[in-house]
Design a protein. Structure first.
Length: 332
């Protein structure tokens, strides 16, 4: 079965609705037909300098949210990135094959760096895409299910992989294909519907999976829309309303044209009230499941130990191959 790798950063206690719709629901569906590996990207999370005890806690909570979202440890390999040291090791090799200018063109770095200022930004944040390339290439992953926001990072991964194969032999690494599900690919901030909903945003435009559902309902009801007062899916002209329709469709399984028809002669308020209800109906049982997973830390640790062992078997084979190809002398 073709292999798939993806992950999320434990940068907050809670994931967002963007992570859920854009990534987690896809991960769950992919378990049926692929050999799936899903990690908690704690090394990536270090790029923003988290408080140590919080990072540990968030890594566990992220796992509990994967499980509550339907990722099945019997069918998927679940592991913590730092438990597989090959990630950091391969990243070094790849960073020596990545152009400085090439890395400088990554828009996510430019956006995040602009917010934090040059002094607040780290070299780790700059080389983040190289670590991400290592994550993917270690597992010979053929497909990488990520949101639209990660497209550029996947492209640089492909470029690095092709460069490696050109220099060191065509089968040094597997060049991955992106796997972006168009219709549900990207969820936007409710207050600023032209920026993506993100864990690092601090405003009231984010729906947190572990927030009080009442707060989330309120956020849906006060989402920014427009003055046209017609419910219509048109992301360019009507980003706010279109985002609400995307979320509604993803949570209920109803199609966007179907929703457009139902709300055609209704006010935005009706759409918001109904969507708020759908969000609460989704969040309430989700949070119950998260709590139940978190109440058994020994079981979470067992899942992680088994996952790390399986992941390392694959990763160590790839790393040995790459070390050999680039000319590192094997330790005897
Ligand atoms: P951060 O602000 O910490 O980068 P994030 O919300 O971007 O947080 P990540 O951990 O970087 O989350 O990404 C996890 C996964 O969620 C990735 O596959 C990413 O493509 C996806 N994702 C993140 N935000 C969205 C969004 N708004 N819509 C769809 N998918 C998203
Ligand atoms: Mg991100």
């Amino acid at each position: 079965r073709p292999r798939i790798l993806s992950g999320m950063q434990p940068t907050d206690d809670s994931l967002t609705l963007g992570n859920y719709i854009g990534a987690l629901t896809q991960w769950v569906a992919l378990q049926d037909s692929y050999d799936t590996l899903y990690m908690m990207a704690d090394l990536h999370a270090l790029t923003v300098n988290p408080e140590p005890a919080r990072l540990r806690e968030r890594t566990r909570r992220t796992l509990a949210q994967y499980l509550a979202g339907g990722v099945d440890p019997e069918r998927s390999t679940l592991f913590v990135q730092s438990h597989v040291p090959e990630h950091a090791e391969l990243a070094w090799i790849l960073s020596c094959q990545t152009g400085f200018g090439e890395a400088s063109r990554m828009t996510q770095f430019k956006d995040k760096a602009a917010k934090q200022g040059t002094d607040g930004t780290t070299v780790g944040l700059f080389t983040y895409p190289v670590l991400m390339a290592a994550d993917i290439l270690l597992y010979d992953a053929e497909r990488v299910p990520v949101g639209e926001d990660q497209r550029q990072h996947l492209e640089i991964t492909r470029d690095i992989a092709e460069r490696l194969n050109t220099r060191f032999g065509h089968d040094t690494v597997v060049v991955p294909e992106p796997h972006i599900v168009k219709a549900v690919a990207k969820i936007y901030d409710l207050q600023e519907p032209t920026s993506k909903m993100s864990k690092s945003a601090t405003g009231k435009g984010t729906i947190w999976l572990l927030d009080d559902p009442k707060v989330s309902a309120k956020r849906i009801k006060s989402a920014v829309t427009d003055d046209e007062a017609v419910v219509r899916y048109d992301p360019a002209a009507k980003p706010g309303v279109s985002n609400l329709l995307t979320i509604f469709s993803a949570l209920t399984g109803r199609t966007i044209p179907d929703l457009e028809t139902e709300y055609a002669d209704k006010q935005y308020g009706h759409l918001k009230v109904d969507l708020a209800e759908a969000v609460v109906e989704f969040l309430t049982p989700f949070q119950e499941r998260v709590d139940s997973y978190l109440s058994d830390p020994a079981e979470l640790d067992r899942v992680l130990a088994a996952g790390a062992q399986k992941a390392r078997e694959i990763a160590s084979t790839t790393l040995a191959r790459v070390y050999d190809r680039v000319g590192l002398l094997p330790a005897s």
